[in-house]
Design a protein around this ligand. Sequence first.
Ligand code: MOS
Length: 732
Amino acid sequence: MKFDTPAGQNPIDQLKVVGKPTDRIDGKYKTTGTAPYAYERHDVVPNQAYGYVIGASIPKGRVRRIETAAAKAAPGVVAVVTTLDMPALGLGKMNVANLFGGDQIQHYHQAVAVVVAETFEEARAAAYLVKVDYAPEGGKFDLAAQAQAAKPVSGGSGEGSGGGAEDRHGDFEAAFAQAPVKLDETYTTPDESHAMMEPHATVAAWDGDKLTLWTSNQMIAWGKGSIAKILGIQPENVRVDSPYIGGGFGGKLFVRSDAVLAALGAKAAGRPVKLALTRPIIMNNTTHRPATIQRVRIGTTQDGHITAIAHESVSGNLPHGRPETAVDQTKLLYAGENRLTGMRLAQLDLPEGNSMRAPGEAPGLMALEMAMDEMAERLGLDPVAFRVRNDTQVDPGKPDRPFSQRNLVTCLKIGAEKFGWDRRNPKPGQVRDGHWLVGIGMAAGFRNNQLTKSGARVRLAGDGRVTVETDMTDIGTGSYTIIAQTAAEMMGLPLDKVVVKLGDSDFPVSSGSGGQWGANNSTSGVYAACVKLREAVAQKLGFNSADAVFADGQVRAGNRTVPLGEAAASGELTGEDSIEYGDLSKKAQQSTFAGHFVEVGVDVDTAEVRVRRMLAVCDAGRILNPKSARSQVIGGMTMGVGAALMEELAVDTKRGFFVNHDLAGYEVPVHADIPHQEVIFLDEADPQSSPMKAKGVGELGICGVGAAVANAVYNATGIRVRDYPITLDKIL
Ligand code: MOS
């Protein structure tokens, strides 16, 4: 189905099932431990051996020799495969560094060997007997030290954002020089780790030339293509199956070493191999969100109209690596005739930087929205009023291009009212509650809505049940449920008559889960397939498909009413299709918006920061399931608190690795860190986004939160910390 004109009325608009706050249909499996994650796929194939991955203990250089005799002779060992056994295997989709093969070490903990044994313990014990002889080389590990040498760069993260190296409109320098009120500040954000609950894990089995990977991956079709390319086999000989995923946040958008080494280990062992990357290896072996150094300049008139805005960001990566696109939102968020955005990329020999939840906008807004708070103060303007004053309903760089929908101002106004913003003391450091200094802060949130092809197949059985099959993934987001809701709405069925099967590369190719595009695109693919199935049903029953009404498990036309299942009485009926998009998103800018409000307490003695209240007001098109969408947003808000206050991969700039590579040293917020969170969704539907009229919301939840926390800390204390995370040592 080609979607190239705004959606009119369609069956989804009935909102009998879609739009309802429905419990996750997979929730009971997850909470009872019966949803098998990759490492728990004990029963998919017999005789599984265990793999243990060894990571390089140098950040850069060459592997001279690997001694495996002792490991091979150790109890239970079945096979040892080393990186010297084969040439460099090449890069899969979005991979920055080589995952295995050859003698070059590009980053610390890059995989150099896998040991396969009868048990995990035997594999691990034998791994310690493998001796690797390295020829180390010096490398560059310090972003600040390399920032001067960073080169202008375009393009962005693999999630589809990006643009030119430098984007200019008007004459920024002249307008900034003339502006009566201005700001020129630099903000830094650290390297961050996805730190998802489920580690990267794979069970691999060969059947002749055919490879099956039961794994944990957000993008099944990418994964299938990548593993084929990396291993030099035909894509049709690869099956990837990933029905349950314990979090990804971008860290599982692409094939990682667990999948490659499970496949190679299984080949060498002549039997299936199961392996997980252990927690201490994940932070350096896999990917992370790259650190940034961001300079923001804003010039306004006396009354707070932006006349000049510039945002420039430096980040680092390995060769082939992309920049963190931290300036993207600044192209679109506020008005202003004279604009400049630019990115520079430094070469670093740290582990590869790549997508992490809202790549670009998440750290970009941490800078921009703190700068907006500072600017409002200089102007003597309320931070909400300053943003409202600079709202734009068109792409400020291309004024003939409107937003499809943009209700940022409504988000900010509702948020201010519900949060009690008028009780904020604009003078910082004034409000005490016992030994806490109390402050409130806000920020705007922004994230684009990306449209991408997505397919599905729906099958109707004689008992009236509908089964949906698509390689879409559920990374903890609620895909199972919104897909079931979509099919139920389209076919006129209750939810319990719909079965959803996901994450298998044998199913039609979907959008996958990334860039907050999953919900809108994958359900639109299901919509398209259901349109086909409705046609097949009508034809089978001799109805004119335009007249047929699908409701209450029946199909009606004229004065005839037939149970839906009857259409499949003599054999299953199938509808299969993809949603494909025309250039609607070129004609109008599609984005999502939020107002984030945060109250913090800062201990007057220790400077410990506690978040006390949070509110997000979101404008993200139709909300398909307010319950799972809320969970997405509060998860994003929680991650935003982490980014603001605690998350940081500490770089050892001499030895070239992330020091705190486990969950003891890498701190993320836990329940006790997070107060009551409230989420309000504007009641919207965007007919330009898809037949579902929905947009992404999973990344919007994090966008802007970090700055809202930072601005609240400033309001509490009068201390402006521009170097994230805002740990207590920086406040004292
Ligand atoms: Mo992407 S960082 O998986 O949403």
